[in-house]
Design a protein around this ligand. Structure first.
Ligand code: SAM
Length: 205
């Protein structure tokens, strides 16, 4: 298939990117893997015995990182797209917003869990403002679901875009969680509006 100018320049940029090169060398399926590494270095939330849900997991970079740390916990991953097997990860190829899937996730864990991570991003339409709104809608869905599945002192880490509805997401998170912080890893491209929200559940839940 003939590639257009912008997809060609994206490929050139990708090949010059140090995180892309490093992900190939280390066998990570995505350069995003480094974002979870950095987020975990900052907040130190993934433990050997954590039960963790990875939302928007394909191609599997975050699941690979979780699987390399978690040896005595359960990892469940979800994506609309297929994902090749990752050791010790139970994968559902489904839309996260589907109510039946959300019930299935809860059934699979069989109780409250320690961590929800979400790197979900809606498909790009070419309209950046619309893309931001769609991804942030997914983030609010993740916030609302997380509050129903996380244990006390449970952790949610989710991608969010600094678009026009960013303040609404921050307010929603602050209403539902105790500690809410934002962190943009170095591996997140500086030109991207992407950042990550880190939230801890209230002790009273
Ligand atoms: C940036 S990628 C995730 C990369 C992943 N963290 C990794 O390290 O390999 C975003 C993913 O979100 C998924 N996604 C978007 N909307 C979704 C939805 N409604 N349900 C499930 N997955 C979704 C996309 O299919 C895509 O694979």
């Amino acid at each position: 298939m003939k590639k257009n100018k912008s997809s060609k320049s994206w490929i050139i940029k990708q090949h010059r990117d140090p995180f892309f090169k490093k992900s190939k060398t280390l066998g990570y399926r995505s350069r995003s893997a480094f974002k979870l590494i950095e987020l975990n270095e900052k907040f130190k939330f993934i433990k050997n015995n954590s039960n963790l849900l990875d939302i928007g997991s394909s191609p599997g970079g975050w699941s690979q990182i979780a699987s390399s740390i978690i040896k005595n916990g359960k990892i469940v991953a979800v994506d609309k797209k297929p994902m090749k097997e990752v050791k010790n990860v139970i994968f559902f190829q489904k839309d996260f917003t589907d109510n039946e899937l959300q019930k299935e996730i809860k059934k699979t864990f069989g109780g409250k869990i320690d961590i929800v991570v979400s790197d979900m991003a809606s498909e790009t339409t070419g309209n950046k403002s619309l893309d931001c709104i769609r991804t942030n809608l997914l983030c609010s869905e993740v916030i609302n679901f997380s509050i129903s599945i996380l244990k006390q002192r449970g952790i949610l880490v989710s991608k969010v875009f600094m678009g026009e509805d960013f303040l609404e997401i921050r307010e929603l998170a602050k209403k539902k969680f105790k500690n809410v912080e934002f962190y943009k890893p170095k591996s997140s491209r500086s030109e991207s509006k992407e950042t990550y929200i880190h939230c801890e559940t209230l002790n009273t839940l």
